[in-house]
Design a protein around this ligand. Structure first.
Ligand SMILES: Nc1ncnc2c1ncn2[C@@H]1O[C@H](COP(=O)(O)OP(=O)(O)OP(=O)(O)O)[C@@H](O)[C@H]1O
Ligand SMILES: [Mg+2]
Length: 319
């Protein structure tokens, strides 16, 4: 088997919480031992409720946040061990697209200046910049005339095209997209998703695609990882995950979407209660406090992520 493009093993991120100096230091365990691979040209979707650690995971993968444990290998090399300055050349291959491009596009800079920044940072000779920018701006569905304009002159969908263009300038192999369409109207969402799919084919890109929206993840992913309180509870091929979810949490998430379909034969499973705090997660299976299938063992023993016959990985004592 060929080496996966990205191989993440037991990734951890703890944030210290400041309490009074008398109490022991405690932590928010935002990413709690996530292992995942992404193959070349593949899209892996990451879903889960707000606060389950999706963004922290994505940022740790790109080392925009420093993980507190684990390994991330890009083309076989664990770059968490490299000194930070050595990340520069690796980062060229891995870029991020954010939810709200307006927050990340400097309003004082023209689009050409914004797109030139990664080229300058990576020492691309200036005489090549114009041609590279014109090529990419057209690929994302804008025109070279747009390069002289400023971020406020664009619609939300166009701004996200600019955010994508910036990520593409150095022809990366992997894009971590964190809720890239969540701030957009539904009609614009599908245009951007289609653009991402076209770009994937054109450049053999791999995506780690983070979203709380199941229909968006279903549209774009090859495989889907479901996160709960910093852990992956189910990882499966897109089609099997949506047709036959195994983990009670995945079943509940899907059920909340399917409930609008009058023909849905599946029984509605309600997700009750709040997401527990990741600073003080439940013992045993972290999901047991909200699980419709909770058994005694779930309250004390943490289930391992194991492979079922159909290839689905799930962390649940039912299997
Ligand atoms: N810099 C930080 N310091 C302390 N805690 C943090 C920090 N960043 C995130 N957290 C905590 O880590 C947990 C995971 O947050 P994260 O933003 O990764 O979740 P998310 O799944 O992306 O949520 P959303 O869907 O709302 O974007 C949350 O409990 C959050 O409060
Ligand atoms: Mg987030």
């Amino acid at each position: 088997m060929t080496t996966p493009l990205l191989e993440i093993t037991d990734l951890q991120k703890k944030f210290p919480i400041k309490k009074s100096w008398l109490q022991p230091q405690s932590y928010v365990h935002a990413v709690d031992g996530v292992s995942l691979t992404v193959r070349e040209g593949e899209t892996v979707g990451i879903v889960g409720e707000s606060g389950c650690g999706k963004s922290t995971f994505g940022r740790c993968v790109l080392r925009l946040l420093e993980p507190t444990g684990g390994e991330v290998k890009f083309q076989g090399e664990n770059y968490l061990k490299l000194p930070r300055r050595a990340m520069h050349s690796i980062r060229r291959n891995m870029q991020m697209v954010f939810q709200n491009p307006y927050d990340t596009l400097n309003p004082k800079l023209s689009i050409s200046r914004i797109l030139a920044e990664p080229l300058i940072a990576h020492g691309i000779p200036r005489d090549q910049h114009r041609q590279m920018m014109e090529e990419i701006i057209e690929i994302v569905g804008l025109t070279p005339a747009h390069l002289a304009r400023y971020p406020h002159e664009f619609s939300g969908g166009q701004r996200q095209r600019i955010g994508i263009a910036r990520a593409l300038m150095l022809k990366p192999k992997l894009i971590v997209a964190d809720e890239p369409v969540s701030a957009l109207d539904v009609s614009i969402q599908s245009q951007i998703l289609n653009l991402l799919t076209e770009l994937q084919e054109k450049f053999s890109l791999s995506y780690l695609f983070i979203s709380h929206d199941l229909s968006v993840v279903e549209h774009i992913s090859d495989r889907v990882a479901v996160m709960y309180l910093g852990e992956i509870v189910e990882l499966a091929d897109k089609n099997s995950l949506f047709a036959d979810p195994k983990h009670p949490y995945t079943q509940a998430l899907l059920s909340s979407v399917l409930s609008t379909d009058p023909d849905a034969s599946r029984e509605r499973i309600r997700l009750t209660g709040e997401l527990p705090s990741p600073a003080n997660p439940p013992k045993g299976c972290k999901f047991h406090t909200r699980c419709h299938a909770c058994m005694e063992i779930c309250k004390t023993e943490k289930p391992a992520l194991k492979k079922l016959e159909d290839g689905t990985m799930t962390a649940c004592h039912l299997y």
